[in-house]
Structures are given as structure tokens and as C-alpha cells.
Ligand binder design. Sequence first.
Ligand code: FES
Ligand SMILES: [Fe+2]
Length: 375
Amino acid sequence: MTRMDALDPIAELKATAARPFSQAMAMPPAIYTSEAVCAAEKDRIFARDWICVGRASRLAKPGDYLTYDLAGQPVIVLRDKAGEIRAMSNVCLHRMSTLLTGTGRRKVITCPYHAWMYDLDGSLIDASFMDRNECFHREGMKLPAIRCEVWLGWIFVTLSPEAEPVAARLAKLAEEIAPFGMADYVEFFREEHVWDTNWKVLAENFMESYHLPACHAATIGGVSNIADFDLPEGEPAYNIHFISKDPKFRLACAHPSNTTLTGEWRTRNAIFSVYPSLMITVTPGYFWYLSMQPVTAGQVHIIFGGGFSPDFAADPEAESLIAEVKALLDAVNVEDRGCTERVFRGVSSRLAAAGPMSHLERPLYDFARYLAERL
Ligand code: FES
Ligand SMILES: [Fe+2]
């Protein structure tokens, strides 16, 4: 029997989460490595909470779609003929093949197996050689709808009929970041990756800027003053912290043409996590995000995207600025991948033990409390 089987990691997590912040400790190693915990997370968190599948602007025209695996449920998210974003099951009503893959644009959805055809609202519109089956009634056959809401340009889906609406859940966050006007930010890249680490290691990495000077010494480490960090207490549905950027790093500061941001807001960057797994950095210039789901305890699926504020998107040099930001984010990601995959190897080791955390890691303390409550 290994150490991980011998202990109950969720009970250990609850004990960690019950500590006062002045005695905050990292989460126990087994919470990252146990497949039983991962299964519980898929069931109690990812099948019940709101999960982000990307930006609505990516689905610009009717028929534009993307596909996503939500806690094992294949999902189609598309813009319908009326211009609304909607989500539905990506499973055929005949012999249950999945329908669409990847992303693209369709006028109708045709099953690749026997060519049953669906409208963009999910209604079955055609099925050949079915007229002799008395049980078949095309009218009324429709792909099951999946709850889908758009908040500040972010598309969220959930399998839960009970989850509180996104706008209500994140009302306070919307106020905190209102000056950025994030709904109008323009995405210019969206990629999918799988990294060899636990999803919570990556989430925690995103939530704290304590690692910037060391982990990101070669890229962004020098342009943020971590002593200046403003670390408010977390809320039930999210945590956020703000850092100010050196004005020399012009892409993270307000564009000269920007007239809406004033004072500190011109150099202020917000780093926030919408639980469970949407991590966003928004600056006056660019934004980027990760939306994650566990594959296994040791692998995380990531949607990695980003783009510009409208001021930078309208800059005559936008093309070259985009290339500059993308190159920077890729370099930062290589550093984060190294740090988080090293942590996963560490937490998987026999001698791993959770250590005490800095006050700069406040969001991790709040995240552990969220997890303890959900699990
Ligand atoms: S499974 Fe889709 S048409 Fe047969
Ligand atoms: Fe990082």
C-alpha cells in the first residue's frame, strides 16, 4: 500500500483549508496525484460548475461552432441563425455517434455515420430510410440543450440545471474589473494543449505572482514589482489580485489613444481565477487566459488564448504587436510549463510534504477552501 492509498487526501485537504490564513499551508501532495480525487473532481466540480470554452467573438458568424468535452459529455457550442450562442449535446439521436469535431462553420449538422441531419438549433431535419419504423417521429427530435451563458465575452457551459447564473455569480468581479471593458477585447489566438501536471498545480501557478521573479526571470520577471501586490481576500466564486506594470512594458499598459483608463488603471493588470478553472490576465493592452480540465490526475487539458484591447487591436502596427505578444506569452508559457511539471514530479515523490505559504499566495488559500467545500 502506498502512502496515497493509506490516507484520505480529501480529509487532509479539509484540515488544510480549516487553518487560519496566518498559518496557511500548501495542499497535501496526494490531492494532486490521487486518481480517486481526480474522479471526484470531475463528478463534483467539472460536471456541476460553469466551465469556460472560450470567447464568443471566436464564433463570429451563424453556424460557427466549437466542440468541447465537458466532464465526459461531448458538447457543440455554436452561433445559431438568430445570432445567439447556444450549446447542445454532440451525440447523435440515432446510434449515438459524436457529430462534430474541432471547430468550423456549418449550415447544418450532419452525422458522419448515417447522415442524419440537424438544424443549428439541434432539431432533426432529415433521416433517410426511416419511414418504415413506427417508432420514428422526426418532429420533436432534438439534440438535448446544454446550459450556456456569455459573460463579458466569455462563453460558459454547465451540465448542472441548478448552477447559479454566471452574471449573478460573478457580479462583484464584473464591478472590480469594469474599467478594462473586457467584453470588447478581441481574441487573436486560441490553442489547445495537454501538459503533464495536475490541473490544480497549473491553477495555483496562475493565481500567484510570487513566482514571477524566479520562474520568469528571462521574460516578465523584471517588469512587475511583487512587493506592490494588492491581494484582496477571495470571494466564493473567484479570486483576484492586481499588479502594476512598468510603463516601459507598453503592451501591458494603456495605449496612448486610450481615454477611458485613468491614473493607476493605465498600468494596472488584473490576474483572476474564476473557479474552478478559468484563469485570466487582463491588462490595458493585452489579455490571455487558460481554461482547464483534468484528463487524469497527472494531465491537464488547456485552452490557451489571448488577444488585445480594442485600442491595441486598432493600432496600425497591430499585426507586429500581436506577433510580439504571442512570442512573449509562448516564452512565459514554456517557463510555466517547466515550473508546473516540476511541481507535479515533486508532489508525486515519496518525501513530498506540503510547506507553509507566503502572504503573496493568498489566492491559493482561498482556492483550497473552495475545493474543500466542493469535494
Ligand atoms: S449514429 Fe448518427 S446517423 Fe447513425
Ligand atoms: Fe507564471
